[in-house]
Design a binder for this molecule. Structure first.
Ligand SMILES: Nc1ncnc2c1ncn2[C@@H]1O[C@H](COP(=O)(O)OP(=O)(O)OP(=O)(O)O)[C@@H](O)[C@H]1O
Ligand SMILES: [Mg+2]
Length: 452
């Protein structure tokens, strides 16, 4: 016997309440509550004997080394911590059109080349659509099975029957269970189906990769519930206008969360970028004003990026400020510091700053490069081509130290940069050999003096 109860569940974070609310007290989102009917099993009465497993003593448990399956797509293996772990549940999130299905189809293709049996279950596309994509990506594999299905009970029966070495489910939001009354995509359906798939993967010691959609705000739909369930959460990001895609580890029970993989979207599918810094700088023009190269960190990985600034006299009305690939407020702050501390005037100038390649600068370590690009464009003086700039700018015009400076300098040296401007603090301890000349600066003015 089961009982029914009506609850309201926040579709954004899973918060449950018995009355409708306009704003979720947990995640502050508005109009996110939907009515759902839950079935609760009636409590069994009577004396039920339970079989209790005694706790295992740590020393008595046999260690079993992780047997990871390498996909041969090294950027993908890297974000997973070295390959797919048997029995693990992986969730890949990303905005529409980011290439989730493409990447996973390629992963499946690679595994079938290693004589693994894979099962690709799509709740969104017909098998003909997937076949078309597979043809475009030149995947013609045996032991690659496709199913177009939405019902979780059927899906589990199919997996059970096929016993594959890897299951891909695209996407978790499209599957539903007959045991729940809410519509597919509702949080209780997502939670229930996610839980069943994860438990099934563990029980069969079979890896399971699920696709998760991302909401308008950039969160995974049903985020927290799914995040807790899976062993590994990856996000695929990119800017729709550029071909680059970054695959980021958000959670990993079997490896570091500092890993990122860089890919490029092409007609032949998603291609890994082996030397990202060289790739990102390949279109840089030499000896032009307004362009500065900096080293930013994507996870633990140094990436060389070109920051471009264009400062021109304002012809109409209020001066414009446009920032692409960086926070607008950060740009406003850097402009204010340049005015106050370096005596520059931007009051009658339009200012545009752009990060080449569609990469987004998330960390303040690129402040000094932005400031130097602005100065370079305003003064029409080019920054030497073999020079790179790193440093955070403080409100008093001081240049502050940044994390992992040695890694960043190594990357610049590796790409043949001859000189690098870095924060003064801590440079004595840096050991990089003599391939690159390191200059420490304490303030914006000092950086301008050193470079121009
Ligand atoms: N014929 C093509 N040539 C080049 N690129 C293509 C072609 N068809 C699709 N693409 C690229 O593939 C992307 C879509 O990839 P995919 O369907 O794997 O994304 P997705 O993340 O699974 O999207 P969704 O969330 O809608 O399922 C498009 O944005 C486009 O960049
Ligand atoms: Mg898709």
């Amino acid at each position: 016997m089961s009982k029914q109860k009506t609850v309201f569940i926040c579709q954004s974070c899973g918060y449950e309440t018995y009355r409708w609310m306009g704003k979720c007290p947990e995640c502050d989102s508005w109009n996110s509550f939907a009515e759902e009917i839950l079935h609760t099993a009636a409590k069994k009465t009577g004396n039920r004997k339970q079989i209790v497993e005694p706790p295992a003593e740590l020393g008595q448990i046999e260690s079993q080394p992780l047997q990871r399956v390498q996909t041969q797509i090294s950027e993908f293996d890297r974000v997973l911590g070295g390959g797919i772990v048997p029995g693990s549940a992986v969730l890949i999130g990303g905005a529409p059109g980011m290439g989730k299905s493409t990447l996973l189809l390629q992963v499946c293709g690679q595994l079938t080349l290693q004589s693994k049996k894979v099962l690709y279950i799509s709740g969104e596309e017909s098998i003909q659509q997937i076949k078309l994509r597979a043809d475009r990506l030149s995947i013609h594999a045996e032991s690659f099975f496709l199913v177009s299905e939405n019902n979780i009970e059927t899906i589990i029966a199919v997996i059970d029957h096929a016993s594959p070495d890897l299951v891909v489910l695209d996407s978790i939001q499209t599957v539903f269970s007959d045991e729940m009354e809410s519509v597919p995509g509702n949080i209780s359906q997502v939670r229930y189906c996610g839980h069943r798939m994860t438990a099934f993967a563990k029980q069969r010691n079979m890896p399971m990769i699920m696709v998760g959609h991302v909401t308008k705000e950039g969160n995974l739909a049903g985020p927290r519930v799914l995040e807790h369930l899976v062993d590994c959460l990856l996000l695929i990001e990119g800017d729709g206008l550029h071909q680059y895609r970054i695959l980021r580890t958000i959670k990993n029970r079997f490896g570091s969360t500092n890993e990122v993989g860089l890919f490029e979207m092409t007609a032949k599918g998603i291609v890994e970028v082996e030397n990202p810094s060289a790739h990102l700088l390949s279109e840089k023009r030499d000896n032009v004003s307004g362009a500065v190269v900096t080293v930013t960190l994507e996870g633990a990985r140094p990436l060389m990026i070109e920051v471009q600034a264009l400062v021109t006299i304002t012809n109409y009305g209020t001066p414009q400020r446009t920032a692409t690939g960086l926070d607008y407020r950060r740009l406003a702050m850097i402009l204010a510091v340049l005015e106050k501390k370096a005596g520059l005037r931007f009051g009658n100038q339009d200012v545009f700053v752009n990060v080449a390649g569609g990469i987004r600068l998330q960390e303040p370590a690129s402040d000094l490069a932005i400031a130097m690009a602005l100065y370079s464009s305003l003064s029409e003086k080019a920054v030497p081509d073999d020079l790179s700039v790193i440093g955070e700018v403080g409100l008093t015009g001081e240049v502050r130290s940044v994390s992992q400076i040695e890694n960043r300098i190594h990357e610049a040296a590796r790409l043949g940069f001859k000189r690098i401007i870095v924060p003064h603090r801590g440079i004595k301890s840096i050991e990089t050999g003599s391939r690159i000349r390191i200059t420490g600066v304490q303030s914006l003015e000092q950086a301008i003096e050193e470079i121009f």
